[in-house]
Design a protein around this ligand. Structure first.
Ligand SMILES: [Ca+2]
Ligand SMILES: [Ca+2]
Length: 234
């Protein structure tokens, strides 16, 4: 296993000890600590730079305002590698393992029917493969700072809810995250987070405060860096 899911009690305990008082958190199936430097063996199109290596990621669905927030922490600063892209694959209910059909075949267990593509310059696009539609993301929703990228408060309407075959509750969609260098071939994909699976969304009653997911990601990042350090020392 090159990733593990955090039991809610473990994360809450870690955050409590690391950061003082935090609200009780239950992110077991909506956040991942991904392995450090776990570049895919099929990734041959670019350098093994840390900005192409996911350390942690989490996603939220605000059921009241019906909006999605995605956030990730990488092993090095966003912008390091020319041509780097960050792709969140979304499965709204019609997702398939689309990379299995490519060459090299990768991504078993990673299901998606659309993608959010984010560039280090703070622009992005949502590509809906089911409805054949590409929508530019409002840059106001894209926050990039050092090791982190956050897509904040994306409205559910972007994801064409209600399309035949989609899950009725957008809170039941799932996701995966992969950095890549350029678009066109599977050998450009450097990492999946999580590996070989999708995760769900932490459903909240409001848009999570930036402090909330910043703390979550900081905690996950601490775990990720500590695990990698321990492994390298072992
Ligand atoms: Ca990784
Ligand atoms: Ca990974």
């Amino acid at each position: 296993m090159s990733h593990f899911r955090i039991p809610a009690w473990g994360l809450a305990a870690l955050l409590s000890s690391a950061l003082g008082s935090v609200p009780a958190l239950a992110y077991a199936d909506s956040a991942v600590v991904d392995a450090f430097h776990d570049f895919l063996p099929t990734y041959t199109a670019g350098p093994a730079n840390g900005d192409l290596d996911v350390i942690a990621a989490a996603a939220f669905y605000d059921g009241a305002d019906q909006a999605f927030t995605f956030s990730t922490i990488l092993a090095d600063k966003v912008g390091l590698t020319p041509g780097a892209l960050y792709v969140w694959g979304i499965d709204r209910g019609l997702g398939t393992e689309r990379f299995l059909a490519g060459s090299p075949a990768i991504g078993a267990g990673v299901f998606f029917d659309s993608v959010l593509v984010v560039r280090p310059d703070g622009t992005g696009t949502y590509n809906d493969f089911i409805n054949g539609k590409a929508t530019a993301l409002d840059p106001a929703h894209i926050k990039i700072s050092s090791l982190t990228i956050t897509l904040e408060d994306l409205p559910v309407s972007l994801f064409a809810p209600g399309t035949a075959g989609f899950r009725a509750d957008p809170g039941q969609y799932t996701w995966n995250l992969w950095p890549r260098v350029g678009l066109g071939s599977n050998n450009q994909i450097s990492d999946f987070a999580p590996d070989g699976a999708n995760l769900g969304f932490q459903v909240t009653a409001a848009v999570p405060e930036p402090e909330t997911y910043a703390m979550l990601l900081a905690g996950l990042g601490l775990i990720g860096f500590r695990v990698s350090y321990t492994r390298r020392r072992a």
